[in-house]
Design a protein around this ligand. Structure first.
Ligand code: G3H
Ligand code: 13P
Ligand code: ZN
Length: 308
């Protein structure tokens, strides 16, 4: 099946109680594990590539690997730039065959964020490419943080409406308490679902995106800890919260850390149990399988299994 843009995927998903998984890819085994999982679960898919992934593997290699997946599979797959940090990077990805881009101006003042997103939108839209933007800062916030501090960090629903109208973006990443990496919360995980509801009401029909949505699955943390390095206090977003978040306007959920942990746990275990193993196929193969099993599970958490 030819690659698709995120637009039809979001149109189909909006308000249907599921979100499309957007998984970060960096090499062949990761792409294969994710695509095989999505195929077996009949789930539409977003493969996303960060600036770092592009630097690590090179644009050409990643695109050819995804082309191979598209040739082999019947799945609708979107190729998305994750956290684009400049107009030039977005342009290069659009020119180079991506079907969707994110321009992340969330660190900029409101007006500068709008101006940057608008510049990317003006280049992307005539070429049929949708643009994801971000408003608010991703951070797990402790209970004692004041309401005004919380407002300064999380996405403000009124601002979100103005931001979308003026920037012309096609989807919006919102900050409601999720954050990137394996250490999302110092104490109890908590998402601001009331704020999410207000953003949804301010932007009816508009697709939202949840970044930093890995669960940091305990089974992989335990394996990583057992077989080598320590991940003390690693804590992610409980799956029950992800299930709740995808009930409404959240159409895309970003997952990278859980992929990294699944692969790393498998490789650490393999080397601990078979120190004489020096054939990359014999440790990358099981790691690909562990990642695939984890993604299949995730597709059910997102309720996207069977939605092709
Ligand atoms: O949110 C960021 C993603 O996990 C990508 O990470 O920039 O290290 O590739 P990266
Ligand atoms: P995690 O670190 O929670 O996997 O988030 C990934 C992400 O948001 C990629 O953009
Ligand atoms: Zn992100």
């Amino acid at each position: 099946m030819p690659k698709v843009s995120t637009k039809p995927l979001f149109e189909k998903a909006y308000g249907k109680g599921y979100a499309v998984g957007a998984f970060n890819v960096n090499n062949m085994e990761i792409i294969q594990g994710i695509v095989e999982a999505a195929e077996e679960e009949k789930a539409p898919l977003i493969l996303q590539i960060s600036k770092g992934a592009r630097k690590y593997a090179r644009h050409e290699y990643l695109m050819k690997l995804i082309d191979a997946a598209l040739e082999i599979s019947d799945l609708p797959i979107a190729i998305h730039l994750d956290h684009g940090d400049s107009f030039e990077l977005c342009k290069s990805c659009i020119d180079g065959g991506f079907t969707s881009v994110m321009i992340d101006g969330s660190h900029l003042p409101f007006e500068e964020n709008i101006a940057l997103v608008k510049k990317v939108v003006d280049y992307a839209h005539p070429r049929g490419i949708p643009v994801e933007a971000e408003l608010g800062r991703l951070a797990g916030i402790e209970e004692h943080v004041s309401v005004s501090d919380r407002d300064a960090i999380y996405t403000n629903p009124k601002e979100a409406k103005e931001f979308v109208e003026r920037s012309g973006c096609d989807s919006l990443a919102v900050a409601i308490g999720t954050s990137h990496g394996a250490y999302k919360f110092k104490s109890e995980p908590k998402l601001d679902f009331e704020r999410l509801k207000q953003i949804e009401e301010a932007l009816p029909g508009f697709p939202l995106v949840l970044h930093g949505a890995s669960t940091v699955l305990p089974e992989f943390v335990e394996l990583c800890n057992k077989y080598g390095g320590q991940l003390p206090g690693a804590k992610g977003v409980p799956e029950e919260m992800i299930k709740q978040a995808v009930q409404g306007a959240v159409c895309k959920v970003n997952i990278d850390t859980d992929l990294r942990l699944a692969m790393t746990a498998s490789i650490r275990k393999e080397f601990a149990e078979n120190p004489a193993n020096f054939d990359p196929r014999h440790y990358l193969g099981p790691a690909r399988q562990a990642l695939k099993d984890m993604v299949k599970h995730k597709l059910h958490v997102l309720n996207v299994a069977g939605k092709v």
